[in-house]
Write a protein that binds this ligand. Structure first.
Ligand code: ZN
Length: 141
């Protein structure tokens, strides 16, 4: 049976490697076109707007809640001990157009979430190579 770490993303896939390297330093980065300035997520090899070269740019770890779901039943056995948890879709404040999926196991915010809530992105060390971004509600209600 696979453990939770076997379900983690491939951190050494070249397209995503800069993301995971930055996350390992506790830094959040997203690709932006050097030519037209369009932000991208999910990463690709070139700008989808103008085929320009992309560069990875550091952004503040803040986002705005676009949507979320509470997962109460594990879809894979490895997550049976993790439920419930919240999967959130954030718009990254410093990277217009980027919507980023991440989760939190802090269920204390469940009843306080609303579309437009300000969220803080933090990192949780899961392995030597994976420092996983997580989100927390940033504003008290
Ligand atoms: Zn472009």
């Amino acid at each position: 049976m696979a453990d939770e770490l076997s379900l983690l993303p491939e951190h050494d896939w070249p397209v995503l490697q800069p993301f995971w390297e930055a996350a390992n330093r506790g830094e959040l980065v997203f690709p932006r076109c050097k030519h037209c300035g369009t932000w991208h997520w999910y990463p690709t090899y070139m700008c989808r707007e103008c085929e320009g070269e992309l560069e990875w740019v550091s952004v503040a770890p803040h986002g705005t809640l676009y949507s979320w779901v509470v997962v109460r039943r594990a879809l894979v056995a490895e997550y049976r001990e993790k439920v419930p948890y919240i999967v959130a879709l954030l718009e990254i404040d410093d990277a217009p157009g980027v919507r980023f999926v991440l989760n939190t196991t802090d269920m204390s915010c469940e009843k306080k979430l609303y579309i437009g809530a300000k969220m803080q992105i933090v990192f949780e060390r899961l392995s030597d190579a994976i420092n996983m971004p997580r989100c927390l509600l940033a504003e008290p209600i």
